[in-house]
Write a protein that binds this ligand. Structure first.
Ligand code: MGD
Ligand code: MGD
Ligand code: SF4
Ligand code: MO
Length: 725
């Protein structure tokens, strides 16, 4: 790790970018003698970060020192209704209170609500605003378990794909990011490498210098797709058909790896039977490819070694996202691609980080809550329904109490949750008690009774794993918190004291919790699997340490799923899943078109498929309020990307203002006729509702329909119509 020169007044501190990104970069922060951060840079010694940061975080000091930061706790002024507030004037609706007053009032109100309606009427709402192990889920979980508050099913991002992957492999592992450079073929499948996972790109480039080809399967022409050797603009939601079609060709041509199949897999015969019907002609009709393209892709994939598939979460945000992930995940098992270093693939590496969650989250505290058992579970992707449901509602509230209090942290549901209009209606309920812990006023704080200031990763201590590499990293506090902002761990520890929770664990410091997460033993080393070589002192000094199996990337290669028993029911890679079949689902992947897709009944009224995409220069809704980031995003901000044929058919030209609508809502955007989307598809980017025309964002059009596996949202299966204004 780099250090400032011995006698320099500058300090260099190792932190970790805590945003919800696979790369989890090691970030070196330079701090001057006044304790002010003056520079952030990627750690050149971290093999995945490689010394550079993405454009969003290279400008991070704009966020840390933004004059728009919330500096102290705030309470809604009496008589001020909940709802969108003009940016820059939010403070007028709130009054400053001390932390003591805020904590006492919030604890008092939560107690009252718990007594009157039962503690399950309190719903915590959080996601990955920080991916720090402590900030993401530790003291907060302890607090809500002990309180008896509803448990949140954190489905909004990755549950369809994550669970689907686990049905096949039992555990989320993947080809090490650094090994992608050894591949001869890389397929980016529903993965926007340039926009969302930039630290994989140097590996792709290196592979290509050595003769590799890059194929991108994405309905949208991302920068990654534009730079690819072959861009397959697949029809949204049809990836299952394509993957099954590839298997059809592979088996027909005898290109499967018989030895790997015999040794490592389960259910091959049944899969072979299933894919027989997925002829290239049939697949072509569903996906929009030609039969020749299906043949070519299949042959190229099965005959190139090593071949790696970078799946990301793009193709699992459809009704059939679970089946899509399963089918794609099976391809490297069929061809034995896992056996070749640089081959195989990756959805997520998060399964490798076995933190001591039992100690961190203290689920056992639920037994000491007023209900004496683990509380009901509410699916975060159904927030609109949850907030508007009456007590006793069965599907979302499990027959329990209505939601009377909402405690939001690490998330901005006013912008990111599907079916925005239902969410807004719920958030606006005068009888809902809402607390929001965040750094900026946003689409959710506009509905809060209390707003509490949170810290950035520069301002608190944490440790972190990743979903795109295999390094355990230490994020050290580099600067003092801005204003009176406080980290999540502090907030929930203090609230616990106010609630009268006497368990000692509520007084744990961040340092103690880091020890607990790592399960540091008497010998000073971690007791967690694959972390046994890690001591706190070592981690402090180095900043990042690879997991045991990945210790020497130049030596023994790590080849996931190539030997031993896997943590699936059969101990093998499961082409056929008895567990899914027992749950009444199809044991094999099969192509079932999304409810909202062309060809569906609804398509008569709403013929266009909408991709409500992430912005390349924001992180979901994060950064959208900062001028510099908005400028970087200017080309596509508030635009609806259309195919020329679809625009022409509606009399729409470049730059026209257009209305985009369906049964759930409508938004106004500016047409962009640029060829980034295929015919029949339109695309727009996620932004803040309050910074958008009409005060609503793209999620006004998305629905609360859930995926086939994982009960996750279907952000990318949405039908709309578009008209010129
Ligand atoms: N700059 C930036 N980086 C980010 C984020 C961000 O908002 N901005 N978000 C972070 C988060 S939370 C996550 S989960 C990751 C996600 O990273 P990705 O998985 O890459 O996420 P998406 O952008 O949702 O989807 C990837 C691509 O899938 C395409 N796609 C949509 N529907 C389909 C389909 O049916 N089939 C196929 N084959 N492709 C489809 C989209 O057009 C998109 O280009 O990125 C993280 N990184
Ligand atoms: N239309 C559409 N909707 C989407 C998506 C899409 O692609 N299209 N993507 C979906 C996906 S994949 C995801 S993961 C979700 C993401 O949705 P969210 O998890 O809500 O992600 P962000 O928008 O980044 O908001 C995170 C919030 O946490 C705050 N925060 C950061 N650090 C801390 C901290 O230490 N403490 C506290 N208390 N707060 C902190 C940030 O300031 C920010 O307001 O959005 C989903 N919504
Ligand atoms: S957002 Fe991703 S790429 Fe950017 S600095 Fe953070 S981890 Fe790295
Ligand atoms: Mo996500």
């Amino acid at each position: 790790m780099a250090a400032a020169a011995e006698n320099s007044p500058l300090r260099v501190v190792h932190t970790v970018c805590s945003h919800d990104c696979p790369d989890s970069c090691a970030v070196l922060v330079t701090v001057n003698e006044d304790g002010r951060a003056i520079k952030v840079q990627g750690d050149p010694g971290q093999p995945v970060t490689q010394g550079f940061l993405c454009g969003k975080v290279a400008k991070y000091l704009d966020r840390v020192y933004s004059p728009e930061r919330i500096l102290y706790p705030l309470r809604r002024r009496s008589g001020v209704a909940k709802g969108p507030l003009p940016k820059g004037r939010e403070l007028e609706s709130f009054e400053r209170v001390s932390w003591d007053e805020a904590l006492d009032s919030i604890a008092g109100r939560l107690q009252q609500i718990s007594d009157e309606f039962g503690p399950e009427s309190i719903l915590p709402y959080s996601y990955a605003g920080t991916m720090g192990v402590l900030g993401y889920g530790s003291m907060d979980r302890r607090f809500f378990h002990r309180l008896g508050g509803s448990q949140l099913d954190r489905t909004i991002c990755a549950e369809a794909g994550g669970q689907a992957w686990n049905f096949v492999y039992g555990k989320k592992l993947g080809t090490p990011t650094e090994d992608f450079k050894l591949a001869k073929l890389i397929i980016a499948w529903g993965a926007n490498i340039h926009g969302n996972n930039i630290h994989l790109w140097p590996m792709v480039e290196q592979a290509r210098r050595n003769g590799a080809r890059l194929i991108v399967i994405d309905p949208y022409k991302t920068r990654t797709a534009a730079l690819a050797d072959w861009h397959i603009a697949i029809r949204p939601g049809t990836d299952v058909a394509l993957a099954l079609g590839m298997m059809h060709v592979i088996l027909r041509e005898g290109l499967e790896d018989k030895a790997y199949i015999a040794e490592m897999t389960h259910g091959f015969e049944r899969l072979a039977e299933r894919v027989r019907e997925y002829t290239p002609d049939r697949v072509a009709a569903s996906t929009g490819l030609t039969a020749e393209e299906v043949e070519q892709l299949s042959r190229e994939y099965a005959t190139t070694r090593p071949a790696a598939i970078r799946l990301n979460y793009g193709m699992q945000r459809s009704d059939n996202g679970g089946a899509a992930t399963r089918a794609i995940a099976m391809l490297p098992a069929l061809t034995g691609a896992w056996k070749h270093r640089g081959g195989g693939g990756s959805l997520s590496t998060s399964g490798a980080f076995l933190w001591n969650k039992r100690e961190l989250e203290r689920m056992d505290l639920a037994l000491d809550s007023p209900i004496g058992r683990p509380a009901r579970v509410v699916n975060m992707s159904l927030l609109g329904r949850a907030l508007n449901a009456e007590a006793g509602e069965a599907e979302v509230l499990s027959g329990g109490p209505a939601v009377k209090a909402l405690f939001v942290y690490n998330s901005n549901p006013g912008a990111v949750a599907p079916n925005h209009n239902a969410v807004r209606r719920g958030l606006a309920r005068p009888d809902l008690f809402t607390v929001v812990h965040d750094l900026f006023f946003n689409d959710t704080t506009d509905y809060a009774d209390f707003v509490l200031p949170a810290t950035t990763f520069l301002e608190h201590d944490d440790i972190q794993g990743a979903y795109g590499h295999y390094f355990v990293q230490r994020s050290k506090k580099a600067i003092e918190p801005i204003g009176e902002s406080r980290p999540n761990v502090w907030l929930f520890g203090e609230l616990a004291q106010r609630m009268g929770f006497t368990e000692p664990c509520f007084r744990d410091s961040a340092e103690q919790m880091i020890r607990q997460a790592l399960a540091i033993g008497l010998d000073g080393r971690s007791k967690n699997k694959d972390m046994k070589h890690i001591s706190l002192e070592d981690l402090e000094e180095k900043g990042h340490i690879p997991l045991e199996f990945h210790l020497d990337p130049q030596g023994q290669p790590f080849l996931p799923y190539t030997n031993g028993a896997l943590p699936t029911p059969s101990g093998k890679v499961e082409f056929y899943s008895e567990a899914l079949a027992a749950a009444g689902q199809d044991g094999l992947p099969d192509y079932v078109p999304p409810v909202e897709s062309r060809g569906a009944e609804a398509a008569k009224q709403y013929p266009l498929e909408l991709l409500g995409r992430k912005a390349d220069n924001y992180m979901n809704s994060t950064f959208a309020n900062l001028d510099g980031h908005r400028k970087m995003e200017a080309r596509t901000r508030q635009r609806l990307e259309m195919h020329p044929d679809d625009a022409k058919a509606r009399g729409i030209s470049e730059g026209d203002r257009v209305r985009v609508w369906n049964d759930r809502g409508e938004i106004t955007l500016c047409a962009m006729v640029d060829g980034a989307v295929p015919k029949g598809v339109v695309a727009a980017r996620l932004d803040w509702a309050k910074l958008s025309e009409g005060g609503v964002n793209i999620n006004a059009l998305t629905s609360e329909r859930l995926t086939d596996i994982g009960a996750a949202p279907t952000f990318y299966s949405v039908l709309v119509e578009v008209g010129r204004i």
